[in-house]
Write a protein that binds this ligand. Sequence first.
Ligand SMILES: NC(=O)c1ccc[n+]([C@@H]2O[C@H](COP(=O)([O-])OP(=O)(O)OC[C@H]3O[C@@H](n4cnc5c(N)ncnc54)[C@H](O)[C@@H]3O)[C@@H](O)[C@H]2O)c1
Length: 254
Amino acid sequence: MISIGGKVVIVTGAAQGIGKTFSKALAADRASVVLADISDTVFEAAEEIKSEAGADSCIAVKTDVTSEADTKSMSKAAIDRFGRIDTLVNNAALFQGIRRQPFQEITADEWDRIMAVNLRGMFLCSKSVFPQMRVQKHGKIINMSSGTFFSGAPNFLHYVTSKGGIIGFTRALARELGQYGITVNAIAPGFITPESKKEMTPDAEEVRFIVNQRSIRRELKADDLTGTLVYLCSDASDMVTGQTIAVNAGDSMH
Ligand SMILES: NC(=O)c1ccc[n+]([C@@H]2O[C@H](COP(=O)([O-])OP(=O)(O)OC[C@H]3O[C@@H](n4cnc5c(N)ncnc54)[C@H](O)[C@@H]3O)[C@@H](O)[C@H]2O)c1
């Protein structure tokens, strides 16, 4: 019942981490994927996916999600190459590189930078896909929030605030776009153990602390999110909108 074969999906922040895992999983399920990222490594990610899923499975578009011109070019590239846009996955964010610090030490510039990528970026990308989705009378926008909003993770005020804003954005935009057959939903993952950080073994104190708060006591990997992503991309979720699905191994419940 759940099939995404032939769907055209834009994934922002696709050069590494969750966005790259998402792009691989979508291409493996025969979706046509547009990988968008500010980093040049997005081209390597696309080549890797092509070698696994075929030369026609994806394209890469260098995109700064804070630039309106770039987001318009991103959507145009998707339409030029694949003829339509079924889903936008708003995944790009400043996250891995952010220093945790008490709120009074966060500078105004740093606050603005996080809000620009994590919120303005999502707004501009959604605006850029809307004209095409409206013509199609069908589309899906999927926004990456975070479990840190529900736990109120300390020393991370700018990030947590941005991820809470995404839930408001998701709900209000879902109300506006339902009339066009466009759904807007969010995924709020728990902490994903990064493959790249070798010190984060299952025995590391930080990992054990997080895992012990979960109903299902194991680490989350980016692959654990792909089932929810595919469901939200598929027609099976056509009547689900304005929702935030927490994929957190039963940590916070709301
Ligand atoms: N990793 C986790 O534990 C976790 C948990 C909850 C939510 N999330 C959310 O999931 C998403 C992905 O997280 P991740 O861990 O893979 O992050 P990451 O930092 O590894 O990757 C983010 C990607 O976004 C790109 N990016 C940054 N600024 C950009 C810009 N201006 N324009 C375009 N691309 C830009 C980066 O180049 C990078 O490829 C984020 O929205 C994050 O908030 C992550």
